[in-house]
Design a protein around this ligand. Structure first.
Ligand code: NAD
Length: 256
């Protein structure tokens, strides 16, 4: 349905939409009027997000999809086109962030981090941009990380993959701006998701989640809805002069 956010009906793909940031982004885009394809490696969690959207009166499908596997990506995009129509919004959110000391990172771990965080983003863009070109309109938001801006202890492979996503974003923005497609990246920091809880439980945060509040300028822990709000803005019709940018959503924890 057309909405105040978009003059035409829009179809969105959100990767990693089963939990955390991806679930919040899926719910927000649906609330704003997009039909949302919720893709996740965990098909059950994707189905739960899609059910929540439908329960709230929105339109959604769920697809089990591994962003590290090209055949799975192709199937995810094809299912979206078949069931919802041409995707013109793409949120590359799925990511993994294992904490490993640099000298202990295996080639397999490096390759897996790159395959999920970088190659999956690259390949989704390759498969979805032709649909955007056909429609003469597109919005891509790639979820990077503040770790790409500042580095992070135990996160060399992760930070490198997320920094590469920023380079990919800026180059795509230059190449496809003339086609009505904007490409931006968001760099979250310290957003309360299953992943942040896993990091806290593993002792990687230097204390509990709440202990970071006094050093966060806005004095609270970030929530997935904070990223969803930024994402929703970047996808609006009237955000069309905003492209190639990295938007830090971090409560002031990183100011560059
Ligand atoms: P999360 O682990 O809580 O959720 C990630 C979702 O992605 C899960 O549903 C998971 O099943 C899915 N996923 C994982 N691998 C996948 C694959 N190969 N294919 C498809 N789906 C897959 O993570 P989150 O905290 O919500 O993070 C979302 C994104 O935000 C990630 O790219 C992450 O790097 C980034 N990020 C998060 C934070 C934070 O503070 N939470 C900070 C910076 C960046």
């Amino acid at each position: 349905m057309p909405s105040p956010t978009w003059s035409l009906p829009r179809v969105a793909i959100v990767t990693g939409g089963g939990a955390g940031i991806g679930a919040a982004v899926s719910l927000r885009l649906a609330a704003d009027g997009a039909a949302v394809a919720v893709l996740d490696l965990d098909g059950d969690s994707a189905a739960r997000t899609a059910a929540a959207i439908e329960g709230a009166g929105g339109t959604a499908i769920s697809v089990e999809c591994d962003v590290a596997d090209l055949t799975s990506i192709e199937a995810g995009v094809a299912t979206t086109v078949d069931k919802l129509g041409h995707p013109t919004i793409l949120i590359n959110n799925a990511g993994i962030s294992p904490f490993e000391r640099f000298l202990e990172i295996s080639r397999e771990s490096f390759d897996r981090v790159m395959a999920v965080n970088l190659r999956g983003t690259f390949e989704f863009c390759q498969l979805v941009i032709p649909h955007m070109i056909e429609q003469g309109w597109g919005r891509i938001v790639n979820v990077s990380s503040s770790s790409a801006q500042t580095g992070n202890f135990g996160h060399t492979h992760y930070s490198a993959s997320k920094a590469a996503v920023i380079g990919l974003t800026k180059s795509l923005a230059r190449e496809f701006g003339r086609k009505g497609i904007t490409v931006n990246a968001i760099a979250p920091s310290f957003i309360e998701t299953p992943s942040l809880h896993r990091a806290a439980d593993g002792g990687h945060l230097g204390g509990g989640i709440e202990e970071h509040i006094p050093t966060t300028p806005v004095r609270r822990v970030g929530q997935p809805e904070d990223i969803a709000a930024a994402c929703a803005f970047l996808c609006r019709d009237d955000a069309d002069y905003f492209t190639g940018q990295l938007l830090g959503v971090n409560g002031g924890r990183v100011i560059v």
